[in-house]
Design a protein around this ligand. Structure first.
Ligand SMILES: NC(=O)c1ccc[n+]([C@@H]2O[C@H](COP(=O)([O-])OP(=O)(O)OC[C@H]3O[C@@H](n4cnc5c(N)ncnc54)[C@H](O)[C@@H]3O)[C@@H](O)[C@H]2O)c1
Length: 311
């Protein structure tokens, strides 16, 4: 059996992730469709794509002409048959609600070609549980992209217990063909790799604020100007190698027993959620934002990320 080659790629979901993922594929010659059940979402998707593309143009990542072609080439449809009947790959990026995803997979099961591959961008739902709801579950796999996916190279490829190896190999080849850096998880686990690592850090950061050791700003600065720079160049294991196994082993003996072992969601986050604070989308979070400064925040983040990726 040969690896699958992809021509037609359909992104299901016209939200933040769907729109941002969709703009990547046409750059590399893949015919790309965005499907949503709501026509009204397409205007926002086009705006998201235009904004992302402008940052890429300004930073010389894509030529203006190619960017216009990319944007014009994306097909938008609310029609299930039109979207899925010839799809080689479906990347699902619809809301993180199990029932909505299950309903969607059941609906497309009878429409998609027998040999198409179906991937989900779920952040936290079990790949095994979702796989039960698609025809030919061996074709089903997780592909977890990080926001902003048009800039961040990582894609986590997460197998279910039934995913065929050929599906994983085909996705690996595809991701490399669009300049991504895929990693394969040997098994399905809640939070995959990136969210488990991210939330382990967030738990400790919240513990330090709640115990009045430092402010959120100083913790952000510790990562931005310290550990984050090392992490951008080496992972936690390479950092140990560079620092020396013995020293890390000794420090771990003192630190592991005193790190946060909290199993409830931290108070800090819970209280903000209860007050409907939602970060840049409504201006209230660990920091405060105006509409203008919120926009700048995303722009600045994208520019800094592009700079980091250049070296
Ligand atoms: N936002 C992030 O940072 C992020 C990062 C990684 C993974 N994810 C995951 O990606 C997925 C999408 O997240 P998002 O932030 O883009 O969500 P979003 O709410 O911005 O977009 C979801 C889109 O799905 C479509 N949709 C809604 N209901 C639907 C239905 N019943 N059938 C078909 N389409 C429907 C709509 O076009 C909507 O815009 C989620 O599973 C989320 O957990 C999000």
């Amino acid at each position: 059996m040969k690896e699958k080659t992809f021509k037609k790629i359909v992104i299901a979901g016209a939200g933040l992730m769907g729109a941002s993922i969709a703009q990547i594929f046409p750059q590399y010659g893949y015919e790309t469709t965005i499907y949503s059940n709501r026509e009204q979402d397409f205007q926002r998707a086009k705006e998201i794509i235009a904004n992302c593309q402008n940052t890429l143009i300004e930073n010389n990542i894509i030529a203006d002409k190619l960017s216009q072609e990319v944007q014009k080439s994306i097909i938008y449809t609310t029609d299930l048959e039109t979207a899925f009947k010839e799809a080689d790959l479906i990347i699902e990026a619809i809301p993180e609600v199990f029932e909505i995803k299950v309903d969607f997979f059941r609906k497309i099961s009878d429409i998609i070609p027998e040999d198409s591959i179906v991937a989900t961008n779920t952040s936290a739902i079990s790949i095994n549980d979702l796989a039960e709801n698609i025809s030919n579950p061996q074709r089903f796999c997780g592909t977890h992209w990080l926001n902003p996916p048009h800039i961040i190279p990582l894609v986590e490829i997460v197998k279910s217990n039934n995913t065929a190896e050929l599906v994983v190999d085909s996705l690996l080849t595809l991701m490399k063909s669009i300049n991504k850096k895929p990693v394969v998880l040997k098994k399905d686990i809640k939070g995959f790799l990136s969210n488990r690592l991210q939330f382990a850090l967030l738990r400790e950061a919240a513990y330090l604020v709640e115990n009045d050791v430092a402010t959120p700003e100083d913790i952000d600065n510790t990562l931005k100007y310290g550990n984050g720079i090392r992490y951008a160049c080496s992972g936690p294991f390479k950092i140990v190698d560079l620092g020396g196994i013995e020293v890390f082993n000794n420090v771990a003996k003192y630190l592991f027993p005193v790190l946060s072992k909290e199993t409830e969601v931290c108070k800090l986050l819970n209280e903000m959620a209860e007050k409907d604070y939602n970060g840049i989308s409504n201006g209230q979070g660990f920091y405060q934002y105006t509409e203008e400064s919120a926009l700048k925040e995303e722009e600045q983040r994208d520019k800094k990320m592009i700079k980091i990726l250049e070296f």
